[in-house]
Design a protein around this ligand. Sequence first.
Ligand SMILES: Cc1cc2nc3c(=O)[nH]c(=O)nc-3n(C[C@H](O)[C@H](O)[C@H](O)COP(=O)(O)O)c2cc1C
Length: 341
Amino acid sequence: MPNLLDTFELKDLKLKNRIVMPPMCQYSVEAKDGIPNDWHYTHYTSRAVGGTGLIIIEMTDVEPDGRITDYDLGIWSDEHVPAFKRIIESCQSYGAKVGIQIAHAGRKAEDAEVPVSSSALQFSDRYNQPRELTTEEVKEMVGKFESAFARAVAAGVDTIEIHGAHGYLIQQFQSPLTNKRTDQYGEDLALFGVEVIQAARRVMPESMPLILRLSAVEYAEGGYNIEDSVKLAQRYKEAGVDIIHVSSGGESTSGPASAGPGYQLDLAHAIRRDVQIPTIAVGRLEDPELADQAIRDGKADLAAIGRGMLRSPYWANEASIQLGGEPLTPKQYERGYGLRK
Ligand SMILES: Cc1cc2nc3c(=O)[nH]c(=O)nc-3n(C[C@H](O)[C@H](O)[C@H](O)COP(=O)(O)O)c2cc1C
């Protein structure tokens, strides 16, 4: 079995280690135009300098009202592409590979006057009342995702992650709690997700792997469970997904009973084993021994470290040293490790 510091290869994606920075919204687009700025450039470049194998840029939305807040990233026009390209090329120059999470917040778009969703069901009374997308609008939404995927490819990504988790639009369609539609998108809860995946495959190079982030369980009465999400993941795999990034929850205001170290590991393992697909595990894996053991045990192929990487941009480098590996920092910092006279 490989370990955390081993390389990973799938199609044309070659990672120098199995450490992933998962998408984490920075809510830092002060201009409210969805375009990344110097904060994002510094934030992502630092994690590349810190030795991270794969950086997944935060939730980036396909239209203005698809953002959680007006301070989030978007990629709804060609004018957005150069700023992403600058960040991606910078990270790649330090040996990291880069993905981007493409998303729509649906009914969880906090600053949208009338958010859209699979059905007209409010998330909570703190959120605006959404309206149900018409069947025609659902098809148009697939087109908006497709344009966003094409722009991500133009910006030079190594992979794309579709956000099918945390109660955002795709999960709003795939959950029996939030999808009460009577058209084809209600008869088949996976259909919207499948069409979004097919749209990605139309514009991505065949050799570029596609990741989908899935909430594997819903912590709510009447929601789907791990047996259902294994079936969902199977459908998504058949539609063209290569890797599942396994998270949980988000469709209701409740969460897991306890969210301690490795709390979502068994979910990543179940999807990997039952769907026979590579998985990224996430959720309190910041102890390097735990992340390493997860890979060695075959629970996941890659390990994502979220809040741990907010605390330290050099988490990957520190983990490598702790696990007995080489420092992962660039040559300018080698003296810090006694590697250059
Ligand atoms: C500040 C912050 C922003 C986040 N934004 C996103 C996001 O844009 N997309 C997403 O799928 N998950 C998001 N998450 C969830 C993380 O990707 C990750 O799944 C979660 O923090 C659990 O991993 P951890 O215990 O290593 O932090 C966010 C988490 C944090 C702390």
